[in-house]
Every structure is written in structure tokens, then in C-alpha cells.
Design a protein around this ligand. Structure first.
Ligand SMILES: *Cc1c(COP(=O)(O)O)cnc(C)c1O
Length: 358
């Protein structure tokens, strides 16, 4: 008799699948989604646009018009090519697969985005996490030492970092790029709409840097579209391991349409940046809370007890992410996604119900 236990890789058998909690009936502030819908007239026009899409045809594997529009609207340097992924998660997976020579390694600061490690391990790459400093700034000395020691294939820098919100300093990143003589540095700008700083203008300046983005946090998490910009020498190689037709026709058509209306999404991001400032102030005013500076659409907050905070918020129907057990540096930290003014007010009211520890 054949059983999955006999066939599946032992490390896969030992894994637990990525937990996505059921958020029915809850105020969902756990996954950095944009809380706003498209305005009704724009949604209607999009619907009409999508009605014209040829669902019977395979999508274009490298849609020239959409790629050109992304380059233009996202200010990708002329010297760069662009590769599309089914979310930037798929781009991370493609890079892992393309680099997985025997003994190849991946280095990234920790705590960081979990998919760097997950994707590396699935592709049989060794993952080396280099702790951030206690205030979650980049430990450039430690990172450079790890790069010297391990000569990794890939070095990931999330700019800003998830779950800490930190925007690493330019000098530290420049040192990492200079130290990566045998590595590709992937700058992950998933939260670029909230950061107002970007390495995209410099994406072609170095022979060992690519810049990765996604439309997920901008308000289109549902369409699954990530993109990567870099010198053609990199993009050409990664494109070879791209699953054929990885971006479906509805996603392509939606992106093509909405990139002509970026002002709407940019205005939503600006509103969320303003809400972030207000939420940070309101949370910091509560007893026992430490709010870390964030350039994303979320706040990392150290609370007296992360498990109690999570449960108290849930009792008030607010779902956040308890990251307290993710890494020792994150002890008693929760990650709060910035929502609408009403959602944030509801979250603050719920946080006020926390027992005081004195
Ligand atoms: C959310 C996130 C991504 C993944 O984005 P998708 O395009 O939705 O796959 C990538 N990097 C970081 C740092 C993120 O937080």
C-alpha cells in the first residue's frame, strides 16, 4: 500500500502549513491588507474591462504592453528588465530554485519575512538568519561577517522590513551590497507605497542587485501580482524557471486597467500613512506599550503580554498578529495592520480593555 508518509520528503512531512486564521466577522488587521475598496464607478468600469477578456486563451507569458506600463508607472530604470510573479512569493520561489546549486546558501536579517527561509529550505538551500539589533535596526557588521563567511547565493533585505517596519539605513545597505561580491542582493520593497523611499532608481546601478515589489499591500492582494526589476543578465535567467503562464489573464487585465488609475491607490496609501501616524501616537499613549518606528502599513508594538493582548483584541472582534514567539527579539510583540480610521479607533478602544500590569 502506498502512503503519503512513505513518499513525501521528511522535512515536508514535519512542516505545518502556513496558518491563515478564519477572519469571518472580525476586523481583519493581521495581514497588511489595504482596507479600502475601489470607488464604485471605477469598480464598474473595471468590470466592463474584464468582460472583454478572452478567457479561452492562455495568458501572454511575457506581456510586453503590461511590462512597459509597469516600467513607466513604477519608474523602473531603462537599463532594467522586469519579471512578473504570481505574488512576490512566487518570485522568491523562482530565485530559490534557480540558485539551488549543491551547498548554496541564503542570508537575511531576522526577524524578517518568513518566506525567504521557507522558500530556501524547500529548494534545498541553507538559510542563515542574522539577528537585527535590539531596536530592529540593521546590524551591518554582523551581516557583512555572515556574507564573508558563507558567500551566500542570495541576500534578502526587506525595505522596510516585515514584521518590524524598519527602513534600514542607506549606508548599511551599501556596505551589504559591497560585501556581496559573490551574492545577489534582493531588495524587497513590498511596502514601498508606505515608505516614500525606494532603491528602484538605483536598480541598474549595481551588478548584484535586484529590486522586488508587489501590488498586494497597495490594495490588490487578491490579484496576486509581484514584479522584479534588475539587469537583464539576472531577469533572463530567473525567467527560465518561471512556471509557464504564471500570471492569469484576469490579473493581467486588472493590473493593466488599474495602473492607469494609480492616483486612486496612491491616495488610499497616503490616507493609510496619515492613519499610521495617528495610530502610533494613540497606541504609544497607552500604558506599557512600546511602538517601533514603521515605514509600512503596520506597527510593531511591544506589550506587557502578547498572548493576553491578542486574546483581548479577539474578544473585541479585532484580529491582529501575535509575533511574540517568532523570534527572541520579538518577545511580547504584536503586529497591528493600519486600518481605516474607524477600525483603528475600534482597536484602540479594545486595547484600553487590557489589564494593567503594575
Ligand atoms: C507581504 C510581503 C510579500 C509578499 O507579497 P505577495 O506579493 O503578496 O506575495 C513579500 N515581501 C514582504 C516583506 C512582505 O511583507
Amino acid at each position: 500500500m502506498t502512503t503519503s508518509q512513505d513518499i513525501i520528503r521528511p522535512d515536508v512531512l514535519a512542516m505545518t502549513s502556513y496558518p491563515v486564521p478564519d477572519a469571518t466577522g472580525l476586523i481583519k488587521l493581521d495581514a497588511m491588507e489595504n482596507p479600502f475598496n475601489l470607488p464604485g464607478d471605477l469598480a464598474k468600469a473595471l468590470g466592463e474591462h474584464l468582460a472583454g477578456v478572452a478567457l479561452n486563451r492562455y495568458p501572454a507569458p511575457r506581456p510586453a504592453q503590461l511590462l512597459a506600463k509597469i516600467k513607466r508607472t513604477m519608474h523602473v530604470p531603462d537599463a532594467c528588465d522586469v519579471l512578473l510573479g504570481n505574488g512576490s512569493d512566487e518570485l522568491i520561489s523562482m530565485m530559490s530554485v534557480a540558485c539551488s546549486k549543491p551547498g548554496a546558501k541564503v542570508v537575511a536579517p531576522v526577524p524578517g519575512f518568513v518566506m525567504y527561509e521557507m522558500s530556501a529550505k524547500l529548494a534545498h538551500l541553507e538559510f542563515i538568519g542574522v539577528p537585527l539589533k535590539a531596536d530592529f535596526t540593521l546590524d551591518a557588521d554582523a551581516l557583512v561577517a555572515a556574507i564573508d563567511e558563507h558567500a551566500p547565493a542570495l541576500v534578502y533585505l526587506a525595505y522596510p522590513n516585515n514584521p518590524t517596519g524598519t527602513l534600514y539605513d542607506d549606508a548599511g545597505i551599501e556596505r551589504v551590497i559591497a560585501a556581496s561580491k559573490k551574492s545577489l542582493v534582493v531588495i524587497d520593497e513590498a511596502y514601498q507605497p508606505f515608505a516614500e523611499k525606494s532603491w528602484m532608481p538605483r536598480a541598474a546601478e549595481f551588478d548584484n542587485v535586484v529590486v522586488m515589489r508587489t501590488v498586494s499591500k497597495l490594495g490588490l492582494a487578491g490579484i496576486r501580482l509581484g514584479y522584479m526589476a534588475g539587469r537583464p543578465a539576472w531577469i533572463t535567467q530567473f525567467d527560465k524557471v518561471r512556471p509557464p503562464y504564471n500570471i492569469n489573464v484576469l490579473t493581467q487585465a486588472t493590473a493593466d486597467f488599474l495602473l492607469d488609475h494609480l492616483d486612486v491607490l496612491d491616495a488610499q496609501a497616503a490616507e493609510l500613512r496619515a492613519q499610521r501616524t495617528k495610530l502610533a501616537r494613540d497606541v504609544a499613549a497607552l500604558p506599557g506599550m512600546t511602538v517601533f518606528p514603521s515605514a509600512g502599513n503596520f506597527l510593531l508594538v511591544r506589550v506587557p503580554d502578547a498572548a493576553v493582548a491578542f486574546e483581548t483584541l479577539l474578544t473585541s472582534r479585532v484580529l491582529v498578529k501575535n509575533v511574540g514567539k517568532m523570534h527572541p527579539l520579538l518577545a511580547n510583540c504584536v503586529r497591528l495592520t493600519v486600518g481605516t480610521a474607524e477600525e483603528n479607533a475600534h482597536m484602540i478602544a479594545a486595547l484600553k480593555k487590557l489589564p494593567t500590569f503594575d
